[in-house]
Design a protein. Sequence first.
Length: 235
Amino acid sequence: MYGYRYGFFGFDPTYLLLIIGMLLSLAASAKMKSTFATYKKIRSASGLTGAETAQRVLRAAGITDVQVVPISGSLTDHYDPRTKKVCLSEDVYNRTSLAAVGVAAHECGHAVQHAVNYAPLNLRSAIVPVANIGSTLSWPLFLAGLIFSIRPLLTVGIVLFSLAVLFQLITLPVEFNASSRALQMLGSTGILGVEENAGARKVLTAAALTYVAALAASILQLLRLIILAGGRNRD
Ligand SMILES: [Zn+2]
C-alpha cells in the first residue's frame, strides 16, 4: 500500500508542487515559441544568415578554431566544447531573421566563454556526469526508499536530485552571460542596429526564461521529495 500520510481520498497535496512547476514550464515555453514566431518573420537589415553571423562574430572575437555547422531539428542549436563546433539548426543556419541572428550569436557567446575559460561554464561541464547520474537515479532510489521504508535511500535520492538542481542553477549564469556577450558582439560588429538588437534581446530573454522555469520546477520537485521524506520519517 502507498503509505504516506498525506493521502486524503487518494489525493497527494504535494502533487500541487508538480502541477505549479509544470504550468511554469508550459508558460515559459509558450512565451518562447510566440517570441520566436514573431522574430522569425523579421529579416535583419544586414541580410546575414545565422551561419554568416556566427562566422563574423567568432572572427571579431579572435576565435579561429571553432567551426560553424548545420544540424537537423528545431531549437537544437548549441555549442559543443569537445568538438569546438557551433551547431545551428535549420531555422537558424540559413535564415536571416532577427531570431536566427540572435540565436547564432548566443551560441558564439558560449564559444567565447569556452575560449576565455569562463568559470561557471567549466563548473557546469565538470558536474554534467554527476548531474546525469543524479537525475537518472534519484527517483528510483527515492521510490524504493518510500515503498520499503528505507530512510537512507530517501536521503540519497534527495541528495542526487539536488545535484541535478545544482546543475540547472549553474546553467543560469552561463546562459545569461552567453546572451549578454551575444548582444554586445552583435552591436559592436554592427551586424544589428540598436532597434534590431532590442528584438534579438527579446528572443534571447524568452529562451533564457525557459531555463529559469525549468529550475523553478525542479526546486518545487525537490521540495516535494523533502516533504514526502519528512512525512515518512514521522511514521
Ligand atoms: Zn545557451
